[in-house]
Design a protein around this ligand. Structure first.
Ligand code: DAH
Length: 351
């Protein structure tokens, strides 16, 4: 009997030692399982002892070992209780200064180019124009050929572009895939996909090998196209004037100067009177009182031929300009690169 008590006592001591060392609930539960659980050391010992004891001793042994198991159980519960009250004490000791100012989350906002693009789209939407977009990596056919700029046409030189290695693997001058130089190819895609009447506004990013304070190799344009029976140059001017007044202000005037584009005939440069100096002339508008905005004209029958429109039946006008230019004028920004540098101090001014 003495050795039985010793053995159990030893196990209990081991258990107590490990329980004390257990730093968290998981560890406490593991120690309990190792000793007092169904397959724990003490319970196994109990079974073994009872089994090997003579019949008249089994009861006494059972009672003695049960007592130990009760102690194990009690120590286990006490350990859990201790952990719980320690956690509670820690929570209570945590101090919160409710008088500290809160940390505000900074809300994002739209980029000035996006603001300008959306406003342009909204103004044209009221005139019945829908928005269309096309790919930035474009075929030579859509970007040049169908716009009456065949391979050797001198007008291509004004739009020196980035050539992309195409299916044949060739990049460089003469390749058939380019980063689009303007949004005009979306006119072609739109007309190839739909029959007249067509009234679309086509915003998008374009690429050219240009880089200075007023030119970025990547910039944004918006293109307009209106094709129907009986569309005239007067419709073009009316639409442009309406837009200029809505976008820049009622006092703005529009001037169309004769020009040349391969895909329009006749063609014009669009000037808006300079809102900042109220047309009086200043450094920005080179003392003319007018700001060059973009190009426009009546769609050339050659373009209609490429998209399968009947130029005897339909006429149309088209125009295109830089959204970034528009935003620069509207928000008084003098370097186009400011839009693309990603400096939040700049962008934040347009909330
Ligand atoms: N695509 C021309 C450019 O980027 C601008 C332009 C001129 C667009 C006349 C037009 C247009 O739609 O009719 O230089």
């Amino acid at each position: 009997m003495a050795s039985l008590a010793d053995e159990l006592q030893q196990l209990f001591q081991q258990f107590s030692g490990q329980l004390e060392a257990a730093a968290n609930e998981q560890a406490v539960r593991k120690v309990y399982a190792d000793f007092g659980g169904a397959n724990g050391a003490i319970r196994l010992k109990q079974k073994e002892l009872i089994k090997s004891a003579p019949n008249d001793q089994k009861r006494v042994i059972g009672q003695a070992t049960n007592e130990i198991l009760q102690n194990v159980e009690a120590a286990f519960n006490a350990a859990l209780g201790r952990l719980a009250s320690q956690a509670e004490a820690r929570e209570l000791a945590r101090s919160v200064d409710v008088t500290l100012p809160g940390r505000a989350h900074r809300l994002g906002h739209l980029h000035p180019i996006t603001l300008a693009r959306r406003e342009i789209e909204a103004i044209f939407a009221q005139l019945g124009f829908t928005v269309a977009v096309g790919p930035q990596v474009e075929t030579d056919f859509h970007n040049f050929e169908a716009l009456a700029m065949p391979k050797d046409h001198p007008a291509r030189d004004m739009q020196d572009t980035f050539y992309v290695a195409g299916a044949e693997g060739a990049a460089g001058e003469g390749a058939d895939v380019v980063l689009r130089t303007h949004t005009s190819p979306v006119q072609i895609r739109t007309m190839l996909a739909r029959k007249p009447p067509v009234r679309v506004i086509m915003p998008g990013t374009v690429y050219r090998r240009d880089d200075d304070a007023t030119h970025s190799p990547m910039f944004n344009q918006v293109e307009g196209l209106c094709v129907d029976e009986g569309i005239t140059f007067a419709d073009l001017k009316g639409v442009l004037l309406h837009f200029a007044r809505r976008f820049f202000g009622e006092e703005i005037g529009v001037r169309l100067r004769p020009s040349f584009f391969p895909f329009t005939e006749p063609s014009a440069e669009i000037d808006f009177s300079h809102g900042t100096c109220k047309g009086r002339g200043c450094r920005t508008c080179k003392n003319s009182g007018w700001i060059e905005i973009g190009g426009a004209g009546m769609v050339d029958p050659e373009v209609f031929r490429h998209v399968g429109y009947d130029s005897e039946k339909y006429t149309g006008f088209a125009f295109g300009w830089g959204i970034d230019r528009m935003a620069m004028l509207k928000y008084g920004v003098d370097n186009i690169n400011a839009f693309f540098e990603g400096d939040v101090r700049f962008a934040r001014q347009f909330r």
